[in-house]
Every structure is written in C-alpha cells, then in structure tokens.
Unconditional design. Structure first.
Length: 169
C-alpha cells in the first residue's frame, strides 16, 4: 500500500514539474493551433505586448530571477500562435544596426529592457539586458541617442554572477 502511494505521488510530482516547465517557456504551445487564451492560461499575463507587421502582436515573458531568458509569443491577427521563441540571444543582438535601429527595433528584437539608465552627460539612454552567452551570465547595454538611434551595443560579464560562482540564476 505504501509503495503504491509513493508511486502515485511520484507521478503527480513529475506531471506538476512538466507542467511548470511548459508554462515557463511555452513549450506546450503549438504554432498554427494554440490560441491567445491558451497562451495566457499557460504563461500568464505578458510583461509587454507590441504590434507587429500584418496585424500580428508579440507578447513578451521575461523568466528567471533576473529575466535572463525572455520568451516571445507571436500571435496572428486571428489570435493564433505563429511562433514561440527565446529572444535574448547573441544572434538577436547581431540584428541591431548601429545608427539605424530604433528603440522600437530593440524592443521588438530583445523584448522589454530590464532597466533604462538615463545618461545625461553623454546624452544617451542605456538599455540593460541580462542574458546568457552559453552558460556564462552577461549584461548587454544598448545605447540610444537623442535622435532615437542605437549608437553602441556592448556586453560585459555579469560581475554579480561571477562573484557567486557558476550556475544559472
């Protein structure tokens, strides 16, 4: 009797863990099938929503203690999921063009920033994004000038993370 209860408890625990993982990244959402209502039921309310070409919208879900992962769910005008992706990547940073990209472009590519630092002496706002480069924690800074153009993008190792040792936060 005792081992049967343990088995049931183990199965229920594994199902709960799997469900938690699915809600974290939206991995259970099916492009072309899942709806906006299913996205909200699975992942909750998004931190940000922006319009996209063709009447689509993109919902952003920062995850983790310091939002190092941000998942974007692209919904068609019909409210059906088109794509689910992790947007805080080095590949996406490479899409930003110095002197051409705008704050809207940055938000569309990387999602909402963790912080915006007004740097009045250099007449720029600096948008901060925490993310991973493989397993190494980094901070990416995107400088935006008064004309609304990206002027500089650079990354540094996260000193807080380095002082605590390795492992994801």
């Amino acid at each position: 009797m005792m081992s049967r209860n343990r088995s049931r408890l183990l199965v229920v625990s594994l199902v709960a863990i799997a469900a938690g993982c699915a809600s974290y990244s939206g991995s259970n959402l099916v492009p072309g099938k899942s709806t906006a209502a299913e996205v909200e039921a699975t992942m909750g309310n998004p931190a940000d929503r922006i319009g996209a070409p063709g009447g689509d919208s993109v919902w952003y879900y920062p995850r983790g203690l310091t939002a190092r992962q941000t998942f974007a769910v692209r919904l068609g005008a019909d409210g059906v999921v088109r794509e689910v992706s992790q947007v805080r990547t080095l590949e996406n940073i490479a899409k930003l063009q110095i002197g051409r990209s705008t704050p809207d472009d940055v938000r569309a590519v990387l999602g909402p920033p963790d912080k915006i630092w007004p740097m009045r002496r250099i007449e720029r706002d600096v948008w901060e994004y925490t993310m991973y480069e493989d397993t190494r924690a980094i901070i990416v800074y995107v400088q935006i000038d008064p004309a609304g153009r990206v002027r500089e993008v650079f990354q540094v190792r996260d000193p807080f993370y380095d002082s605590r040792g390795s492992g994801k936060t």
